[in-house]
Design a binder for this molecule. Structure first.
Ligand SMILES: [Zn+2]
Length: 194
């Protein structure tokens, strides 16, 4: 895989496109694509989705999984980040994933790295309609979340009365009677994986 990264770094100024099968979705803004016998890690350009243990993280991941399930994805690479991931525009089933994640309200327009107007407009529309994270008027952005000490970033799981454990962002998180837990107790939720 190393030669590929080196090759891409050398050609980072050029737009570079290819298609592939999704190996797995990591969270709402990153995934890996099958390449030969290995995988290439991809970071969606211009967007920032909630971290996996942040409110909304699981829902964002789920949406990206739904959008890519059963489809090849097409990538237009714009850069390589410091973790060696390809930073790219991505399409699945002719849907632009970067834009759609924002439009559905499960990712922010990452303005620090992108001034793309279509992403700006998508975020405006999501906010106006109160979709996804914008159901809350002032959701915590992932870049603010990451600034917290590591211990605070590990949001507690929710253990409901019947002993089922949920991730923050699961629709059953903090629903009904139950309590917040720091250790893994009870059974994992079948939907979010607790
Ligand atoms: Zn759950």
């Amino acid at each position: 895989m190393k030669w590929l990264i080196v090759f891409l770094l050398a050609w980072r100024a050029c737009a570079f496109e290819f298609s592939g099968e999704v190996a797995r979705v990591v969270d709402g803004d990153s995934l890996s694509v099958k390449f030969g016998t290995g995988e290439i890690r991809v970071r969606l350009f211009g967007i920032d989705a909630p971290e996996i243990n942040q409110i909304g993280g699981w829902a964002a991941k789920r949406l990206l999984e739904d959008l890519t399930a059963g489809h090849k994805i097409r990538l237009r690479v714009v850069d390589v980040d410091k973790y060696g991931r390809l930073v790219a525009w991505a399409w699945a089933n002719e849907i632009n994933l970067n834009r759609w994640m924002i439009y559905e309200g499960w990712a922010w327009h990452y303005r620090r790295y992108s001034s793309d107007f279509s992403l700006f407009v998508a975020e405006k529309a999501a906010k106006k309609a109160g979709r996804g994270l914008w159901h809350n008027k002032t959701p915590q952005s992932p870049w603010m979340f990451r600034r917290q000490p590591v211990a605070a970033q590990r949001a507690p799981h929710w253990l409901n009365q019947t002993g089922v454990r949920h991730w923050p962002g699961c629709r059953y998180y903090r629903q009904g009677a139950g309590r917040l837990i720091r250790k893994k107790e009870g059974r994992a939720c079948a939907i979010c994986g607790g």
